[in-house]
Design a protein around this ligand. Structure first.
Ligand SMILES: [Zn+2]
Length: 154
């Protein structure tokens, strides 16, 4: 069993309150186009026409060579961090880039794989069964943007 998580609620709320992003810039405001704009807090699509924040996010605890930073979207209005169920972010693309990391947030080479949507669960389970895997990140297979993280359920 695994859990799908996005950006921590406290960080998403801070960005909505004006905190600068990973590059020390204020979040940009744009109008969402719908299915192409998954929020990294609730992990659902931001409805077409709704305002969204666009900012640089680094989904890692420490600064190191593997701490990739990239663009993400957030609902501009407060939303709840994803807790359970199957969010939109897992259903917006035919495939995704999945990569496993160790406890030091380093990529475990050989685990990176473009994975069909219907094979996400089985590949994540397979990776999390390996003791050296701390978590699995899901990125866009087209744009490389970080989408969500899978961890062992506690
Ligand atoms: Zn949201």
């Amino acid at each position: 069993m695994f859990t799908t998580i996005g950006m921590p609620q406290i960080l998403a709320d801070a960005y909505r309150a004006g905190q600068h992003d990973a590059y020390d810039h204020p979040p940009e405001r744009q109008i969402a186009e719908g299915a192409g704009n998954p929020c990294r807090c609730c992990l659902n699509f931001i409805s077409k026409g709704e305002e969204m924040l666009v900012l640089a996010h680094r989904p890692f605890q420490a600064m190191h060579p593997y701490a990739e930073t990239g663009p993400v979207f957030l609902c501009a209005t407060p939303c709840q961090a994803h807790l359970s169920g199957r969010p939109d972010v897992l259903q917006g693309s035919p495939d995704y880039l999945l990569k496993a990391y160790d406890q030091d947030e380093r990529i475990i080479y050989g685990t990176g794989q473009i994975t069909a949507q219907h094979e996400i669960d089985s590949y994540v389970e397979q990776l999390l069964a390996r003791p050296e895997v701390a978590f699995v990140d899901m990125r866009s297979s087209r744009n490389n943007c970080w989408l969500a993280r899978f961890q062992r359920s506690v």
